[in-house]
Design a protein around this ligand. Structure first.
Ligand SMILES: NC(=O)c1ccc[n+]([C@@H]2O[C@H](COP(=O)([O-])OP(=O)(O)OC[C@H]3O[C@@H](n4cnc5c(N)ncnc54)[C@H](OP(=O)(O)O)[C@@H]3O)[C@@H](O)[C@H]2O)c1
Length: 304
């Protein structure tokens, strides 16, 4: 789908830090990396180099010069395509934008929206909240406290795959967006990977399922690689094999019309390696460990 607008100005609030440890080895332990705003910015910058792309201007708001320098380092040559408001307040970044992405931590919502003039500056713009666990009504309450009811608001949960245009993005269905804003959002998140629209009522549960899948992938790949290395396969080869096998299986489930059952059946020849691995995993209670982890993740989200 084409972008319904020829000129778009995107502002990202909360975009400061990504992978600084490579060049700041003495980074304080609590100086955590800020991924999501940067990942979205990187994915959009990647996809909008071609001449036929709509003309997109980018503004980011970070709180310090240090964050600005880190972002410059992360974006490399693309830095010159971005205007960065470092320090000061977010209003300067919001005023010229058509789309404003909220990429700061959920706990910062009240303090950011207490900034004088910010809510007024957001009127008639498309506001995209990435804040995990913050409902549409909580967002609206935080913003309408300063008296601005006509806000066009979407709740979106991307994954950090956005930086390589391979995000799994959840978008909540709400009535709080105009038709045109919705079309722009569809275009924008299509640039960043796959999108799935869901009712807002299950957004937190779906976010938790995605997070548990990421946890499972990390643990499973780590264990596969360690075991393979222990049996003589070089680590880089084992890592590539594990990651590519997961991608291939996922592709068959997503685009190949297969289900977990048909995948198991087609890979399980009599006396085969795969069916023996499945039985070993069952002996280790892996199925119940995974389903417990997913249910706990969902419960954890509900209790937040
Ligand atoms: N990480 C994920 O996988 C993921 C997935 C889905 C959704 N999300 C959501 O996306 C948002 C960003 O996630 P993240 O992991 O990138 O978060 P983060 O690293 O904790 O924070 C992102 C940026 O927000 C700024 N920030 C921190 N505290 C702030 C405050 N009190 N006021 C204003 N700005 C502040 C920082 O930028 P400065 O450098 O300017 O200080 C930081 O780089 C969150 O709301 C999260 O729920 C994240």
């Amino acid at each position: 789908m084409a972008c319904p607008w020829q000129n778009v100005h995107v502002a990202v609030l909360g975009c400061g830090k990504e992978s600084p440890s490579a060049y700041l080895p003495n980074l304080a332990a609590d100086d955590r990396l800020g991924f999501m705003g940067t990942a979205i910015l990187q994915g959009l910058l990647n996809k909008t180099r071609q001449d036929d792309s709509p003309s997109i201007r980018y503004t980011t708001w970070v709180r310090s010069q240090t964050s600005s320098e880190r972002l410059e380092h992360t974006l490399g040559d693309d830095w010159k395509r971005v205007r960065c408001v470092a320090g000061g307040d977010a209003v300067q970044a919001v005023v010229p934008a058509d789309i404003v992405i909220l990429g700061f931590p959920p706990g910062a919502l009240q303090s950011v929206f207490a900034t004088p003039g910010l809510v007024g500056a957001l009127r008639r713009k498309l506001i995209i909240s990435l804040l995990a666990g913050v409902s549409y009504s909580q967002l609206q309450a935080a913003m309408s406290g300063t008296g601005s009811p006509d806000l066009s608001l979407l709740r979106v949960i991307p994954s950090i795959g956005a930086k390589i245009n391979d995000s799994v993005t959840l978008i909540a269905e709400t009535a709080a967006t105009t038709h045109q804003h919705r079309q722009v959002a569809v275009w924008m998140f299509d640039q960043l990977g796959q999108t799935q629209w869901l009712p807002e009522s299950i957004m937190d549960e779906a976010t938790a399922t995605g997070a548990a899948c990421n946890a499972l992938t990390m643990v499973a790949v780590d264990a596969i690689v360690d075991a393979s290395v222990a049996e003589g396969i070089p680590r880089p080869a084992a890592l590539k094999l594990a990651a590519a096998s997961l991608r291939s299986a996922a592709g068959l489930l997503l685009d190949g019309g297969m289900t977990p059952e048909s995948l198991k059946e087609s890979m399980s020849v009599p006396k085969g390696i795969t069916i023996n691995s499945v039985l070993d995993l069952e002996r280790g209670h892996v199925r119940s460990a995974i389903s417990d982890a997913v249910r706990h993740a969902i419960q954890y989200t509900r209790d937040m």
